[in-house]
Design a protein around this ligand. Structure first.
Ligand code: PBG
Length: 327
């Protein structure tokens, strides 16, 4: 055959294939989600997320040692308080679970960069992400609480805050609140395109944050929509977001691509609890190869345009990178 173009030519050896790769991955871009729970001596596995645990502050060393040994130096921190109330007061308490966890990490693991999730659903008795007026989450009242939470996280030592509530105008008011408190250099990573997703199921078990009634559809986005995500990103950037996020990741690769093409700020993607548990369950049943599936899905998220990947598989991915399986 007289063929000028033979795409297979560049696929003839592993050396060549790794040379012409279009997507490179680095552990610098990985962030690990960490669950801190009130109490002492606790390392408990999350039933819906095999291999993931909740840690009391005094046991955070168990996971932080593993992360640092794997070269992962960034975490996004979630708190699970012992007490909840209608306004989530433990979320902004100076001695709340996140504030104590942050102080612990800053003291014992100074090289770890701490991002805190700023939201109320783990702290409210009703499980919604804000202050209720009847059954509706009141946007503007909630903003004041979110600001208070963010400032208290940063006072405890958080390096970056990540509001995940999806209230309107939160980036604007949070930026002002942080600046006023003197934290002009603390970046905000906005959960900008956060969809109302069934893929958060395992997380809600992990964090005990399922809404007591209804769902989150009047604040999180409808998954039928694409342009709305671009609007949310545009608003957040205009309001001062330093990094924008798309969440979940795997079913939203189209959104990651469009956001990455249309914005100038770094784009984070959150590969959420359901994505983790699906792979774990399928692998356990012997239906899929865990390692290969984890590698392929992580690379696909970067290929779609993500600059940063938040993933429960961070430690595994660091190992796969070392072993030359990806990157
Ligand atoms: C808090 C929050 C959620 C997740 C991150 N921050 C849950 C939700 O919105 O219901 C989900 C993370 C995951 O599923 O891994 N609002």
């Amino acid at each position: 055959m007289d063929l000028l173009y033979r795409p297979r030519r560049l696929r003839t050896s592993e050396t060549l294939r790794t040379m012409v790769r279009e997507t490179r991955v680095s552990r610098q871009a990985l962030v690990y989600p960490l669950f801190a729970v009130d109490g002492e001596g606790i390392v408990e596995e999350i039933p819906s997320m095999e291999g993931q645990y909740r840690y009391s502050v005094d046991r955070l060393c168990v996971i932080l040692d593993k992360l640092t040994a794997a070269g992962i130096n960034k975490v996004i921190l979630f708190g699970i308080p012992a007490q909840k109330d209608s306004c989530g007061s433990q979320a902004y308490d100076e001695n709340g679970i996140v504030q104590r966890a942050v102080r612990y990490i800053r003291e014992y693991y100074p090289a770890v960069y701490i991002i805190t999730d700023v939201c109320m659903c783990e702290y409210t008795s009703h499980g919604h992400c804000g202050i209720l007026e009847g059954e509706y989450v009141d946007n503007d009242q909630t903003l004041e609480y979110l600001n208070r939470i963010a400032v208290s996280h940063v006072k405890a030592g958080a390096h970056m805050v990540a509001p995940s509530d999806m209230m309107d105008g939160r980036i604007h008011t949070m930026r002002l609140a942080l600046d006023e408190a003197g934290f002009v250099n603390v970046p905000i990573m906005a959960y900008s395109a956060k969809y109302a997703s069934a893929f958060y199921g395992p997380f809600r078990e992990a964090a005990g944050s399922a809404p007591a009634f209804g769902d989150r559809k009047n604040y999180q986005m409808d998954y039928h929509n694409r342009k709305e995500a671009l609007k949310e990103v545009e608003l957040d950037v205009a309001e001062g977001a330093d990094i924008v996020m798309v969440k979940p990741a795997l079913s939203y690769l189209d959104i990651i691509r469009e956001v990455s093409d249309s914005t100038e700020v770094p784009v984070a993607a959150y590969s959420v609890s359901g994505e983790y548990s699906m792979i774990k369950a399928a692998a356990k049943a012997g239906f899929m190869d865990e390692e290969k599936t984890v590698c392929e899905s992580a690379v696909s998220i970067f290929r779609a345009g993500a600059d940063i990947l938040i993933t429960y598989f961070a430690i595994d991915l660091a190992r796969y990178m070392d072993e030359g399986k990806i990157g």
